[in-house]
Write a protein that binds this ligand. Structure first.
Ligand code: GLU
Ligand code: ZN
Length: 503
């Protein structure tokens, strides 16, 4: 956990545990985290699990696991230890909304007692009929306030009909203006913000109530969240004012709405798009710092001429006022390039440790006992300067740990041309006579073999590479040969010659 907060800044990350974590969610978490850390404030992690039909424990665990993997720590919330006990989670516990139902029921009752909300008996069909009529007449088609001031007789009649009311919040009859931290001053007129439901007919509180109530009770100072929630902000501000009136809220937080993230074809990136899945990046071997670096650029920039920076630099520099309101484009190539830069920046030992998962099952195709630590240590530096994502390590080093190189037919066909057998025979001879203590000498051997057959180095080394590693592309060939060793390399060339003579 971070050191004790030294400012009043309190922000929150409050996902609903549905589905798998996606990059939009991570961007929101990151901006809140960076804002909290930059201001030495507090990050509250709250779980908005009031929708039993959609929420799952699995998704909740995945959220915690993702935050931990990314290194986005929180100061209050699930599994935070308070005074050495892991139970509470902080001064405003519990932090899972499903455990706060009594609080919502109490606040809802007090809002109603103060006249800030009322029972609405309209049936969905009645609402739809009036909505259609309003639309046809060119009037705003939101809720029309039908039940705002029902008489006692009307209420009695509705009840006698067996109607169960929902509770609606009574929007004040005034424009709502606020200064968005990203977008500047915004004004919403009353006809665009009708009275809205806060409690279902069965008594279950809605997101529209519980989210601002918790922000108020948890004393959130800044709400940083996606642009998709902007339309609910005027309602929340009005609710906040009502909460202040009944003594639940101390202040209205500042709001900042983060720009949309666009995916392929300039369409909004949906959480269901495969490229939005956080797990995909994790399994491909993005480094947390590489992914966070890239995601921070979705709506923000570090400086005009620097795209690669550390998490510490991000924290030192991040300001919500610098976030751009325009939609950001998700660019996989750029994400990969930034990740590659972060791979280069690792210490050798950290790089080796980061690769570890891909050097064993289920990723690695070799038997565990075939792994050779010395060979790995020798090849790792060449891989570190070339990988884009860590999962690529497996294919880059498998030639060292498999008995025979992988059979990659496309590589074989591409490299083995008429005359490749002659070339390979000469290369084998020259390599056999070379000094294997230096990659340079191995290069000279292949160069000389190429010259003998009128081939430049590039053309001459392709069949050698495929014979030895199975693939046309890979780590530097002569270093690879040396690390594999004379005996194994030559016997692979023999095997390739055998195959060529057979077919
Ligand atoms: N649970 C809400 C969501 O996931 C949070 C919205 C907010 O940040 O206010 O969309
Ligand atoms: Zn009504």
């Amino acid at each position: 956990m971070a050191s004790a907060p030294s400012s009043d800044v309190r922000v929150r990350f409050c996902p609903s545990p549905t589905g798998n974590p996606h990059v939009g969610l991570v961007r929101t978490a990151l901006f809140n985290w960076a804002f909290a850390r930059h201001h030495q404030g507090t990050l509250v992690f709250r779980i908005e699990d009031t929708d039993a039909a959609r929420d799952s424990e699995e998704s909740y665990q995945a959220l915690l696991d993702s935050m931990r993997w990314l290194g986005l720590d929180w100061d209050e919330g699930p599994e935070v230890s308070v005074d050495g006990f892991t139970a509470g989670g902080g001064p405003h516990a519990p932090y899972r909304q499903s455990q706060r139902m009594e609080i919502y029921a109490d606040v809802a009752a007090r809002l109603k007692a103060a006249g800030h909300s009322y029972d609405c008996y309209c049936s969905p069909e009645e609402l739809e009929t009036r909505r259609a009529a309003a639309r046809a007449a060119g009037r705003p088609s939101g809720y029309d306030g039908h039940c705002r001031d029902l008489s006692a007789e009307q209420v009695a009649e509705y009840r006698a009909q067996g109607r169960a009311p929902i509770v609606r919040f009574r929007m004040p009859d005034k424009a709502i203006t606020f200064t968005d931290l990203v977008r500047g001053e915004l004004t919403f007129t009353p006809e665009n913000v009708p009275d809205y439901g806060i409690v279902r007919a069965n008594g279950a509180p809605l997101y529209t109530l519980v989210n601002p109530v918790d922000d108020a009770l948890m004393e959130i100072t800044h709400v940083l969240r996606g642009e998709d929630l902007l339309s609910s902000t005027p309602r929340q501000i009005a609710l906040y004012e009502a909460l202040a009136d009944i003594g639940v809220a101390k202040q209205v937080p500042a709001f900042g709405h983060l720009p949309y993230v666009m995916g392929e074809g300039n369409k909004k990136l949906s959480k269901r798009d495969p490229e939005a899945s956080l797990n995909l990046y994790r399994e491909r071997g993005f480094l947390p710092e590489g992914l966070l670096n890239y995601l921070s650029l979705l709506g923000w920039s570090f400086s005009a001429d620097q795209d690669v920076f550390s998490i510490d630099e991000l924290v030192a520099t991040f300001d919500i006022a610098d976030v751009n309101a325009n939609p950001a484009r998700f660019d996989l190539k750029k994400a990969e390039a930034i990740n590659a830069d972060h791979i280069r920046l690792l210490d050798a030992a950290d790089f080796a440790a980061a690769c570890a998962p891909w050097l064993r099952a289920p990723y690695a195709p070799w038997a565990p006992e075939a792994f050779d630590e010395k060979a790995w240590q020798a090849i790792a530096p060449y891989a570190q300067t070339r990988l884009t994502v860590l999962s690529d390590i497996t294919a880059n080093v498998d030639f060292l740990f498999l008995d025979a190189p992988v059979e990659d037919e496309a590589s074989w066909t591409k490299a083995m041309k008429p005359g490749s057998d002659e070339l390979l025979r000469t290369a084998r001879e020259k390599l056999d006579g070379a000094d294997w203590s230096s990659p340079e000498a191995l290069k000279e051997a292949v160069l000389a073999a190429g010259e003998q057959h009128g081939l430049k180095l590039g053309k001459a080394q392709a069949p050698v590479r495929v014979a030895v590693t199975g693939r046309t592309v890979g780590l530097p060939l002569f270093e690879s040969l040396q690390i594999l060793g004379r005996e194994r390399a030559l016997s692979r060339i023999d095997a390739a010659l055998l195959r060529l003579s057979a077919g």
